[in-house]
Design a binder for this molecule. Structure first.
Ligand code: FE2
Length: 553
């Protein structure tokens, strides 16, 4: 008896120290086997959703019992013994199972030579499982003392299992919560990216970065609907090399692959490449060759219309479960709206730019000598602004300032604009009013309010002798100082009826000579450096003749 007592104490202590449910049932079944004479032991856990007992562990089970006691769940609806145990939460001892109406016929027959003790595992007043202990009928049935020891051990094990389960559940909940917080933060960051920039590139970059971080997948691609097909807009593949078919700009042929199905059906589609690789579509073969083993394609929907597809790939099979798909679908729907807004913004912006460009062209077209002047000034001014590291919104303002700087000339008659003599704008009184006239024309347009200073002050001089206000140095708005340099450069390199155009070296020399008097020296330096570094690159598209001449020298 003392031995049994010690074994119970020792066993209880060991069970309490375990942190894994499997270990607990393994230890419990071994312990019971040692404490009481038994033929075999089977432990079950109650599945609350399915309302049946699922086999967890058995010990000493002869092979003919295996199909029933190790592989099949036991349903209380079909076995009155289990139903009674669930309801009464008490153990049941069957000394002659073959005659018990608590068992179905099949079990009565199977257990006919055994004594069976069924003990519920109870924690928090709930049945969480059951332990069955069988003893051959050649031995006397379980004594009251033995039943008491078994019940103690089972209830102790149930408590330990329950604690482990609570701990695991809390851990799962914490991880789930952390995941949800991550999703909310991600959606918020995408939101911020959208509100701080309406650039498609920025939205795509932010979304891809976060999708990759949340899913930990190795491949992300965004496809957009163009015409009746799909075009890769952006792709990210960490260390994997992306095949041509998935590079940004690639147009995807229609076919039997996940992204196309997501596009056609408007539903998320997953694929696993496990084994069957001999009859893959070109797209699937390309993904397989780069190491992708599971793929998820999620449609980007706006108002029930598929605008694109988000493709995620992982080098492991089965990487995308229902939980991660739900999260990605949330991000995808946000991305879809953001991209749609960016598209609308881009459309409106290009409509706006086209309208004001045609206005500027109307001025330039009044004289063959100034044709294209405004657009060239726009490009040069924007290049200088970028070179000076100014923010995107400022660059945009300066670009428009360059385009519209001479818009006030619209009120000046053609004869004046075509003046053949070498009179500059500064020397000809009717023309000196064009900055102010420009402001008068454009000030009703709210979207151009920030662009007006560049237009009003582009004839100010750095030494304060310019017009219309005679501003000096840094009192002249930076946008106007930049447009002034761009305007002068274009005027210098353009052919005029009364003189040949300067080459680039001469024009830069002239700008340098005017630095500090007419021009802001910092802007001139910046432009000169830029031209020197990028000779024949971006600006050669703006001044093809001037730059090709320079490159040939
Ligand atoms: Fe001007």
């Amino acid at each position: 008896m003392i031995d049994t007592f010690n074994a119970v104490i020792e066993g209880s202590e060991r069970l309490s120290g375990l942190a894994d449910v499997d270990e607990v049932v393994k230890d419990l079944s071994r312990l019971l086997k040692r404490l009481v004479k038994s033929r075999w032991i089977a432990v079950y856990f109650f599945d609350r959703e399915r309302r049946d007992f699922a086999p967890a562990r058995s010990y000493g089970l002869p092979s003919r019992f295996v199909p029933v006691f190790r592989e099949m769940p036991l349903a209380p609806d079909k076995i009155p013994l289990l139903k009674g145990m669930l309801n009464k939460k008490q153990h049941l001892l069957l000394t002659d199972p073959s005659a018990s109406d608590l068992l179905p016929a099949k079990l009565r027959k199977l257990l006919r030579n055994l004594t069976l003790l069924a003990v519920p595992m109870i924690a928090r007043n709930q049945v969480i499982g059951a332990v069955f202990i069988a003893r051959t009928r050649e031995l006397p049935p379980f004594s009251q003392d033995e039943v008491a020891v078994i019940r103690d051990m089972v209830s102790h094990a149930a408590l330990v299992v329950s604690h482990i389960q609570i701990f695991d559940e809390s851990l799962d909940m914490a991880l789930d919560l952390a995941g949800r917080i991550d999703v909310i933060l991600t959606l918020d960051e995408i939101n911020k990216a959208i509100s701080s920039s309406l650039s498609r590139e920025k939205i795509l970059e932010t979304a891809m970065e976060h999708v990759e971080r949340i899913t930990r997948c190795e491949f992300v691609a965004i496809l957009q609907v163009e015409g009746s097909g799909l075009t890769v807009t952006a792709s990210y593949a960490g260390g994997l090399s992306v095949p041509d078919i998935l590079q940004a700009g690639a147009r995807l042929p229609r076919g039997r692959f996940a992204a196309w199905r997501a596009y056609r059906t408007g539903r998320s589609t997953g694929t696993d490449y496990s084994g069957k690789t001999n009859c893959l579509s070109d797209m699937d073969a390309a993904l397989f060759s780069m190491g992708i083993r599971s793929l998820m394609a999620i449609p980007l929907m706006v108002r029930d219309e598929v605008k694109g597809v988000l493709m995620l790939g992982d080098t492991e099979t089965g990487a995308f479960d229902r939980g991660s798909t739900f999260t990605i679908e949330k991000i995808a729907s946000q991305m879809a709206v953001a991209l749609e807004n960016a598209q609308l913004y881009e459309d409106m912006r290009s409509l706006f730019i086209n309208t004001i460009s045609s206005l500027a062209n109307a001025i330039d077209a009044k004289s063959p000598w100034t044709k294209g002047h405004s657009e060239r000034v726009m490009h040069i001014a924007a290049h200088i602004a970028k070179e000076m590291g100014l923010p995107e919104t400022t660059v945009e303002r300066i670009r428009l300032g360059g385009l519209l700087h001479d818009i006030g000339k619209i009120g000046v008659i053609e004869a004046v604009l075509e003046k053949p003599a070498a009179l500059s704008e500064d020397e000809f009184p009717p023309l000196r009013a064009h900055p102010e006239k420009g402001i008068a024309i454009l000030s009703p347009i709210a979207q151009l309010r920030d662009v007006l200073p560049a237009i009003l002050h582009h004839h100010e001089r750095y030494d304060g002798t310019g017009y219309p206000k005679g501003l000096k140095g840094e009192d002249i708005p930076l946008a106007a100082r930049i447009v002034a340099v761009a305007d002068a450069f274009d005027a210098m390199v353009s052919e005029r009826p009364y003189r040949k155009g300067f080459d680039i070296g001469e024009a830069i020399g002239e700008l340098r000579r005017g630095a500090g008097s007419q021009f802001d020296p910092k802007v001139v330096d910046c432009f000169a450096d830029y031209v020197k570094r990028n000779m024949g690159k971006e600006l050669s598209a703006v001044f093809p003749e001037v730059f090709s001449k320079a490159a040939g020298e």
